[in-house]
Design a protein around this ligand. Structure first.
Ligand code: TXA
Ligand code: MG
Length: 350
């Protein structure tokens, strides 16, 4: 794909989306072009899911490994039935409570879903987003939309149109700028083809929320990202991911101790390097000379700002980032998954 393509930027108010702009973007999808659009989680890089050539453009633009399957975004339960077969009851229960919303279900695919979308797997990932712009785009494209997060492969996901432009200006047909995304972390991916439903990637809907309706939900080891796991089940979970250019050192352990250790290490390194310190979930907000310090207290805010912070520190030329871990309750599991996978080094304190 030529790097010189003109990228049309359509500014759309998410509260009152202008239909003309949505229809324009939908035309690009119908023509087999790529459109980046906001969802409630992060920005997606969309293409007609039933058009193999269009789907290939996604892999090309992102530099995405061909063995990493893509989520298909839908607008209605009818579309779910067109794309998946042998849909278990559990899927309808979860759809009733969490769709539209940040939940992706892995189901057995029907033949109409191209292999390019599923990376040759017999299963397909499906999600019904709740963001008004995403919903309208799915509706007017009149096709399911295949969309990974709109970032270059391996980089932090995009929570604003500015981030999308950084990665894809001149490489895609269109970006719908609908402002900052609300959740900031990607959807929860749950596999419903196994005997017991299992979370492969923690995200916007927590394990606790899911268990209210399906008590048997398990969390797969890859979802905790404790080890560098490599499973065929969810290929997207195996490599270092969400990573800034800077080295990220994650300090885990009792919170205040972890913060103190991260601070100590940051001070040491700042003698020779450009250093940033991320303080999460702590009341402590220290100003340290020569170090860029960002403190975020509430878990929901950490989720919302995490990727944007990593990108911001990169643009500032930071070489090494120190961050403390937080507990894995609620959205904490998703935050720790992203932090561990973005990190190049992990340290434990006790
Ligand atoms: O919130 C989100 O999910 C965003 C927005 C744009 O919807 N999308 C997103 O897509 O995060 P992506 O491609 O960055 O992540 C999709 C994840 C990957 O880990 C991928 O391996 C997994 O879903 N996945 C997709 N299809 C799968 C399948 N058939 N079986 C197992 N895992 C699958
Ligand atoms: Mg992604």
């Amino acid at each position: 794909m030529a790097d010189t393509m003109k990228t049309l930027i359509l500014k759309v108010d998410p509260k009152r989306p202008a239909l003309a702009a949505i229809k324009k973007a939908a035309e690009f999808i119908k023509k087999g072009e790529l459109v980046a659009f906001p969802t409630e989680t992060v920005y997606g890089l969309g293409a007609d899911a039933l058009n193999e050539d269009a789907v290939r453009k996604i892999f090309e633009a992102k530099g995405r490994p061909l063995d990493n399957p893509i989520i298909v975004h839908i607008y209605s339960i009818e579309q779910l039935k067109e794309l998946a077969r042998k849909i278990p009851k559990s899927a309808f229960i979860l759809a009733k409570h969490f769709w539209p919303g940040p939940l992706t279900m892995i189901l057995h695919k029907r033949a109409c879903v191209p292999k390019a979308v599923t990376a040759n797997l017999e299963t397909v990932a499906i999600r019904m987003p709740s963001h008004r712009i995403a919903r309208l785009l799915c509706k007017h494209a009149e096709k399911p939309i295949a969309a990974p997060s709109a970032n270059l492969s391996g980089k932090p996901s995009a929570s604003s149109a500015k981030h999308v432009l950084e990665d894809f200006k001149g490489k895609i047909a269109c970006i719908i700028d609908g402002g900052n995304t609300n959740i900031g972390l990607e959807s929860t991916v749950i596999d419903l083809t196994a005997k017991r439903p299992v979370i492969l990637r923690p995200g916007g809907i927590t394990a606790e929320q899911l268990r209210k309706f399906l008590p048997e939900v398990k969390v797969h080891a890859v979802a905790r990202a404790e080890k560098k796991a490599s499973i065929a089940k969810s290929p997207g979970t195996k490599n270092r991911h969400y990573a800034p250019k800077a080295k990220l050192v994650l300090v885990e352990g009792p919170k205040e101790k972890a913060v103190a250790k991260a601070l100590e290490l940051a001070k040491q390194q700042s003698k020779t390097k450009k250093v940033a310190l991320l303080i999460f979930g702590s009341k402590r907000n220290v100003g340290v000379k020569g170090i860029i310090v960002k403190a975020v207290q509430k878990k929901r805010d950490i989720g919302k700002r995490l990727f944007a912070l990593l990108r911001e520190l990169d643009t500032k030329g930071v070489e090494i980032i120190f961050a403390n871990g937080i507990d894995e309750k609620g959205i904490g599991l998703a935050i720790m998954n992203r932090l561990r996978r973005a990190s190049s080094k992990r340290i434990k304190v006790s």
